[in-house]
Ligand binder design. Structure first.
Ligand SMILES: [Zn+2]
Length: 174
């Protein structure tokens, strides 16, 4: 290390680097799958979801119900699968709250939010729990399917599922 050029170690003007206030969302930070037939073999799951149905695959050989949907049965390796409807109501099996740590460029105003494991009976799946705060939830709470449309960053109509606490307006208020 006998470099004699001025490295601005202590004196003189230092080069200034900047961090952008906003960044274009790179495709890698888009957590949602591309949902058309060109991009995924489980496009039927998304087609059904777009039509308001939460579905998954069931093996016609061994009757196993999978989640997430598969193209080959993990139980018997059969590939004759059919899409079956899942309940839109379930119970909160576990939950947690995301309070920070989102990558730069993702909506910071979105935190905190709740994520949970929802027990639908045939399967359990993890999902974001909307319209709920961590402190108001309890394991076993009834939750209902909510389908959201995803805005950008691709020019493709995409949807995804979340859950929200089931309205308990009628009768006794818990
Ligand atoms: Zn099977």
């Amino acid at each position: 290390m006998s470099d004699t050029t001025d490295s601005n170690g202590g004196e003189g003007e230092r080069e200034r680097v900047s961090v952008p206030k906003e960044i274009e969302l790179p495709r890698l930070l888009d957590f949602y799958e591309l949902q058309t037939e060109d991009h995924t073999k489980i496009h039927e799951f998304y087609d059904n979801l777009r039509d308001g149905r939460l579905t998954t695959t069931q093996c016609t050989d061994c009757d196993a119900v999978h989640y997430p949907p598969r193209i080959v049965c993990p139980e018997c390796t059969g590939d004759d699968l059919e899409y079956v409807d899942l309940p839109h109501e379930g119970e909160l099996f576990a939950f947690s709250e995301v309070r920070g740590g989102l990558p730069m460029g993702l909506a910071e105003h979105d935190v905190p939010f709740v994520v949970g494991v929802v027990d639908l009976g045939p399967v359990q799946l993890s999902a974001r729990i909307d319209d709920a705060s961590y402190s108001d939830l309890e394991i076993g709470d009834p939750v209902s399917l909510k389908i959201v449309e995803i805005d950008g960053p691709v020019d493709e109509e995409r949807v995804f599922y979340r859950f929200e606490p089931t309205d308990v307006d009628e009768g006794d208020s818990r």
